[in-house]
Design a binder for this molecule. Structure first.
Ligand code: TEU
Ligand code: CA
Length: 554
């Protein structure tokens, strides 16, 4: 790759992926083209105009590989095969071509901390202690320590021959042994297979977990409820990522974004400082953990603690590091229900406010499918309504075992469940929201008749067009991409107001996180109102409920 030398006035090296807006597709729930109830790649091709219409640059496709779907595709059986329910390799090639023809790029999900237990490598590995692939996974003749799976229960499972294998997630997701050079080369070959097709990079699933401390100490007491902070700190993670970069990534003009579950802000630069040549970007979890207490249980959050995350992040990252901005994905509840107000009165305004935040913050923005129409959480009342194995495990561990009442369980899951984001996309107000001509693999939210793509597209004042306009504004405004960030009222309990400045070009973004009017002292040198979810305002310091505004600062 040619060296990248063009820099911004404030010292960032310019790269296409810093200027991009990314849209995540969870293919199972996007659009079903053949009536089997499961979203698929031809369905995504059919609906590409919906994504292109937003003006996004990159699509991140959640796993589309062959998988027994213990964890909806995050357990891969064959990395070189498209999941039969999603289509064929030729559908994938058509999708990639259609995305390129639409002027966009495609990144795919690289899930290589673990495979499925049905992957050929594991089938061989578990078949006998002497199998040449035994060492592809992490085996021990006795249970080495007290590590727990992120999804609950022990992280070690005993196989038929009596030995134990490590799985930091489900028992059907055994962890690969990255200390084995053949494993690493095997992963690099998989990466080249897809890169050579012309994809534009990877989102890397729990990538900081790949290196294990083989002395296997027990979990320290203070991290028992958050073992990810142990798992993300293996001794060789940086060696392996640097090797991956040198041998594979640096040979292509692609972007990488690692899911940095368990990585502190202080440790973030070690993964993304461009001089280290590991990853381009990571997803840092501090913002989405603001409403999680002990054991990941929901707790109320406050705006000052939420805002503080971004100042801390900005201070932790210098010019050699580039952040991401995301509030949602397939593992998180719906943003409007979580950070906004999903009541009929304020759903649209607050969804637009969150769009304003996402598209004016520093860091490459990631939008999750459906956020552009303000999709909401649903109200789950029965365990049978859930799909996520994590929730099902928790039901066993907490309710069936008598630790929590069912009522507490549902109250919590209705706040934190990953299933909120995984319901099929409502395209129309018709049967099954137009998602499928058959029976959907997972029920749609009951509000699909009111909230669906068709309605959003017909209404020129919809959330969808608000996203489109802001994406266009970000693209043409270098200060909104590369500009310095400053929170102007960190302690204000309801208003988030910050400046983005690139030399003498500056913007003030003001967001009223509240269903009532708020006043905020704004700097006197404000000039034109540029954009917002209400239209121009003449009283500068009075904000209407859930109002979002962008002003130019002179
Ligand atoms: O997620 C890692 C992970 O553990 C998250 O689910 C995290 O716990 C959650 O966001 C906290 O709210 C990745 C994938 O994104 C997830 O879908 C998979 O289930 C998991 O890895 C295993 O592959
Ligand atoms: Ca289908």
């Amino acid at each position: 790759m040619p060296p990248h030398t063009e820099t911004t006035p404030n010292g960032y090296v310019k790269r296409w992926w810093k200027e991009a807006v990314v849209y995540q597709v969870y293919p199972r729930s996007f659009y079903d083209s053949n009536g089997d109830g499961i979203g698929d790649l031809p369905g995504l091709i059919e609906k590409l105009d919906h994504i292109k219409g937003l003006g996004v640059d990159v699509i991140w496709l959640s796993p589309h590989f062959d998988s027994p779907n213990a964890d909806n595709g995050y357990d891969i059986r064959d990395y070189r095969q498209v999941g039969a329910e999603f289509g064929t390799m030729s559908d994938f090639d058509d999708l990639l071509a259609a995305i390129k023809a639409a002027g966009m790029k495609l990144i795919i999900d690289l899930v290589v901390n673990h495979t499925s237990d049905e992957h050929q490598w594991f089938v061989e590995s578990r078949s006998s202690r002497n199998n040449p692939k035994r060492d592809y996974y992490i085996w021990s003749d006795e249970k080495p320590n007290d590590w727990t799976s992120i999804f609950g229960g022990p992280a070690w499972t005993q196989s038929e021959d009596g030995d134990w294998y490590l799985h930091l997630f489900d028992p059907k997701q055994p962890d690969l042994n990255w200390d084995n050079a053949e494993v690493r080369e095997g992963v690099y070959d998989i990466m080249r297979f897809w890169l050579d097709k012309g994809i534009d990079g990877f989102r890397m699933d729990v990538i900081p977990f790949i290196s294990k401390d083989k002395t296997f100490p027990n979990l320290p007491e203070d991290l028992r409820a958050k073992p990810q902070y142990v798992y993300a700190n293996g001794p060789k993670v940086h060696d392996y990522l640097h090797e991956m970069n040198r041998k594979v990534l640096s040979q292509y003009d692609v972007m990488t974004v690692g899911e940095a579950f368990g990585v502190t802000l202080a440790d973030t630069p070690k993964l993304i400082d461009e001089r280290r040549q590991e990853l381009d970007m990571i997803f840092q979890f501090a913002a989405v953990e603001v409403d999680r207490g002990r054991d990941g249980r929901w707790k109320p959050w406050t705006l000052p603690e939420f805002k503080a995350v971004f100042t801390r992040q900005d201070q932790a990252l210098d010019r050699h590091c580039w952040p991401t901005f995301f509030l949602s994905n397939h593992d998180n509840p719906r943003i409007v229900s979580r950070f906004g107000d999903d009541s009929p009165q304020w759903r649209e305004k607050s969804a637009m406010l969150l769009a304003t935040l996402t598209l004016t913050m520093k860091g490459t923005p990631f939008i999750y499918q459906g956020d552009e129409m303000g999709l909401t959480n649903r109200n789950f009342t029965e365990i049978t309504q859930f799909n996520d194995l994590w929730t099902k495990n928790a039901w066993q561990a907490e309710v069936v075992n008598g630790k929590w009442s069912a009522e507490d369980f549902f109250a919590n899951q209705n706040k934190v469940s990953r299933d909120h984001a995984r319901m099929p996309i409502p395209w129309t107000s018709g049967r099954q929201g137009g998602f499928t001509a058959g029976r959907p693999w997972f029920a749609l939210n009951d509000n699909f008749q009111d909230i669906n793509a068709d309605r959003a597209i017909r209404d020129p004042g919809s959330i969808y067009y608000y996203y489109r306009d802001l994406i266009a504004r970000r693209h043409k405004t270098p200060a909104l991409i590369y500009g310095d960030y400053k929170d102007l009222a960190p302690d204000h309990p309801h208003v988030f107001t910050y400046e983005r400045r690139l030399e003498d070009e500056a913007y003030l973004i003001t967001l009223n996180f509240s269903p009532v009017e708020n006043k905020v002292p704004l700097p006197p040198r404000l000039t034109a109102w540029l954009a917002g979810n209400y239209g121009p305002a003449d009283i500068f310091d009075s904000l209407r409920p859930w109002e979002a505004r962008i002003h130019r600062v002179s």
